[in-house]
Design a protein around this ligand. Structure first.
Ligand SMILES: N[C@@H](CCC(=O)N[C@@H](CS)C(=O)NCC(=O)O)C(=O)O
Length: 222
């Protein structure tokens, strides 16, 4: 059984989506990021970076994996799914996965911070990150104009990228004119395993969720 430490954020959804797609049995523990549970001593022993997600594979000597990209590769190798075994096919998936890990994730994260969470609005920072996100989305658009998925068949690269990109409007970025990207986003959104993964952990329906997310993020960013 896999144990997943997660929260209701893109990096967490990548892993609940992958676990659902791979039909791996798992349990999850919902860390309350706004209460800084991810910085507690017991959790830092699992994930020295103090962020979600992390997994423990209880069927493999309680092996711990942190960093969402590394977790996706571990799960794909464990199951033999969503990551080709041939050298070129595997490299293609890893290239697009790294593009998400090093580009899409960090830049969309910063667009969210400056557009949505920062108490002080700094136009230079907002525009810088929105422009960079739009540029990265245009790279995806170009790729998807002649590929159904990012790297061959549907793969962990699509899961990782979709988990971030579908929330483009939270950072105030437009996808106007990016029709291939929109087609790919809709295609993946329809997958039952993606819908199940997005429901982990269940969202708290009480109160104004946007307001809670913003206040929670401000607690983390101090
Ligand atoms: N590179 C890390 C990034 C993880 C990350 O930034 N997680 C966010 C949620 S999406 C988090 O835990 N934030 C809480 C904090 O910064 O304390 C990964 O991909 O696993």
């Amino acid at each position: 059984m896999i144990e997943l430490f997660t929260s209701e954020t893109p990096n967490g959804w990548k892993i609940s989506i992958a676990l659902e797609e791979m039909a791996l049995p798992y349990t999850y523990r919902h860390l309350k990021l706004s209460e800084r549970q991810q910085k507690e001593e017991w959790y830092l022993r699992l994930n020295p970076n103090g962020r979600i997600p992390t997994i423990i594979d209880h069927d493999n000597d309680d092996f711990v994996v942190f960093e969402s990209g590394a977790i996706l590769i571990y799960l794909a190798e464990k199951t033999g799914l969503f990551l080709p075994r041939d050298v070129k096919g595997r490299s293609l998936v890893i290239q697009w996965l790294m593009f998400q890990m090093a580009g899409i994730g960090p830049m969309m994260g910063q667009a969210n911070v400056f557009f949505r969470y920062a108490p002080e609005k700094i136009p230079y920072a907002i525009e810088r990150y929105q422009r960079e996100v739009r540029r990265l989305l245009e790279v995806l658009e170009q790729r998807l104009s002649d590929h159904e998925y990012l790297a061959g068949d549907y793969s962990i690269a699509d899961m990782a990228t979709w988990a971030w990109v579908h929330g483009y409007d939270w950072g105030g970025v437009s996808i106007e004119g990016l029709d291939h990207l929109k087609r790919w986003m809709d295609l993946i959104a329809e997958r039952p395993a993606v819908q199940r993964g997005m429901a982990i952990p269940p969202r708290d329906d009480l109160g104004d969720r946007d307001k809670q997310t913003i206040e929670g993020a401000r607690n983390i960013l101090v």
